[in-house]
Design a protein around this ligand. Structure first.
Ligand code: NAD
Length: 298
């Protein structure tokens, strides 16, 4: 299939490479020339602008951009996709943005005859490279069925969540819980260890008891408990605290718009904000345990 791909960053580049590997023809665009060159070297065609990409022969366009302002500019700007795309071309935005903005862009696209899906992902850069991402997809069932085989070249779990915006809603709800559960795990581990329990023994108890969660059994923040997690390498790599802060901000903004209280989420957001202000934004989000402990976590 002829596919357009915009946004060739940490996630977009490996996703686009997987589409090439699956035999699709790609036309790509990014503001950073080096990012475009890497894809051209792998067999993609370069477009000079979103407008040129949209006006070409593409049947489907995927975007993987940093945040909602970039998505709005790329789709709704004067030289953006909607102003130039042919009717019927399917649009898929995989950026993580708030559900309300996703619905706004999708409504404008649908109104001019372009079906649109929000399809944010989880799985990180490792999942993007391995083609094992989870896609949470919002939009019509017909559009979902059209996109599914393409998304399957980049991911393992492709889930239709419902109408436009529900992919982003699912993503935001999941990451809200992740932020809260990581802080809860850090707090509980730190208390147990301060009271004299060995961290590995404590993690073993929690992970076979009712406190168990992904943050405790797969991504434990306490150093020395698990290998191959950011806590085992000084909290480098992984999912940055500033990215978690961004997602908690999305949850908070989405909650405000539907008047849904976020009590623990608001506290989690403030804790990550303070943590970021202290210069820790690039550390993995499990480093939030530093708020509770000095020793072992430096
Ligand atoms: P990134 O900053 O590495 O890449 C974004 C790319 O978009 C950059 O190459 C940038 O030049 C390009 N870009 C920005 N504005 C543009 C424009 N107007 N036109 C064309 N290109 C433009 O970000 P990323 O890590 O690839 O993340 C992309 C999205 O995926 C974000 O919404 C992020 O929250 C989400 N996400 C990231 C991860 C992760 O682990 N990195 C995991 C899941 C979801």
């Amino acid at each position: 299939m002829q596919i357009g791909f915009l946004g060739l960053g940490n996630m977009g580049a490996p996703m686009a490479l997987n589409l090439l590997k699956a035999g699709h023809q790609l036309t790509v665009f990014d503001l950073v020339p080096a990012a475009v060159e890497r894809l051209v070297d792998a067999g993609a065609r370069a477009a000079a602008s979103p407008a040129e990409l949209a006006a070409g022969e593409v049947e489907l366009i995927i975007t993987m951009l940093p945040a909602a302002p970039h998505v709005k500019q790329v789709y709704l700007g004067k030289e953006g996709l909607l102003a130039h795309v042919r009717p019927g071309v399917l649009l898929v935005d995989s950026s993580t943005i708030d559900p309300i903005s996703a619905r706004e862009v999708a409504a404008k696209a649908e109104a001019q005859g372009n079906p649109m899906l929000d399809a944010p992902v989880s799985g990180g850069t490792g999942g993007a490279a391995a083609g094992t991402l989870t896609f949470m997809v919002g939009g019509s069932a017909t559009a979902f069925e059209r996109a599914r085989p393409i998304l399957a070249a980049m991911g393992r779990n492709i889930v239709h969540c419902g109408a436009a915006g529900t992919g982003q809603a699912a993503k935001v709800a999941n990451n809200l819980l992740l932020g809260i559960s990581m802080i809860g795990t850090a707090e509980a581990m730190s208390l147990g260890v301060a009271l004299g329990v060995d961290p590995k023994v404590l993690a073993g108890i929690i992970n076979t008891s009712s406190g168990r969660c992904w943050s405790s059994d797969t991504y434990n923040p306490f150093p020395g408990v698990m290998d191959n997690v950011p806590a085992a390498r000084g909290y480098s790599g992984g999912f940055g605290s500033d990215l978690m802060l961004k997602d908690l901000g999305l949850a908070s903004e989405a909650a405000r718009q539907v008047r849904q209280p976020l009590l623990l989420g608001a506290l989690a957001q403030q804790l990550y904000q303070a943590f970021s202000l202290q210069g820790n934004g690039q550390l993995d989000f499990s480093a939030i345990i530093k708020l509770y402990r000095k020793e072992d976590c430096a």
